[in-house]
Design a protein around this ligand. Sequence first.
Ligand code: ZN
Length: 350
Amino acid sequence: MYVAKNSRGVLVNLLQIEKSQPLIKETYYCPACRQKLILKAGNVKQRHFAHCAKKTCESFSEGETAEHLAGKALLFNWDQEAQLEVSLASIGQRADVLLPQLALEFQCSPLSTAKLEKRVAGYKKMNLQQWWLTGERLKEGVLRQGSSHFCLFNQTFGVHFWHLNTSKKSIELYTHLLTMSKQKSFKRKIFNFQEQPLSQIFGDRNSVPSIVCSTKKDWQQQKLSVQKKLYYCLPEILQIQQALYRRGSHLLQLPEILFAPSIATPFFGDWLYFLRFHFFQKSLSCSAIDLHEFSFQLTQRFLQTYQLQQKFPLVEPAAISAAFFTESCRLFQAFQQKKTSFKVFSADSL
Ligand SMILES: [Zn+2]
């Protein structure tokens, strides 16, 4: 940590004191738990404070790695409006960096779902928007192992997350994760140090790299991969097949357009085809309002059964249902019009 209270109760921010300038010998205290701090001034990490006794301070669950220290300094120096390590007494939390109405968290190590949810709820209670930026290790976790803890979701970016690159001094936005149901597929946009204020980057809606368009050929390919899974009797695909069978259908009998990639593929996987089949069937027989309600219930039930909230704690389940509904309506329309291509991200959602 960089911010401490001195014995007179005045906040001292190490980043605002010239490095060459030696600190006055005095006692420093943690602004949150009021315990004594020690000043660490080695060669590897930036000059910082640390608690004498570890793991006793509620506000500091994040171990202070060199990356975490560097990241906080980077964010603080990025923006004139940024405040460093702000204690929010009413929720017992401390934001790494605070902008007006926006709390920034730079997360370098994994965090349990329970802890993450608690911090998310805290900021919500204060009506603060929150911006979670991942460090190197967590970024690799998402891209290589498909971990999804810090992923967000909206209809513009699909599944996406933010990364703070401390060595390149940039913020990276990874979007459209796994949309084409291929592992490791994503798009990336880079924001360089101080090119834009932080709040502008956070609110950036002009950065959609491109719309993902699929054609009949892609759908056939996807169908073929499902056929292979059936051939090898993969347990999940057999379950889906059984569910379809009970409704008088078969995976390989489904219209090809049902295999078009989806904005919601990361949530539904191959169950997407079953959900779409259900949706198409219902579309033929009920009103728009009923269809909306049906679609909402169908997808929410699915998300609960598979405990998707555990996997994506930062994603609102209702947003997934809404995206599924919008997309499925357009897909059904394309099906009726016998279209041979389909855009995953509709123009009006940009
Ligand atoms: Zn403390």
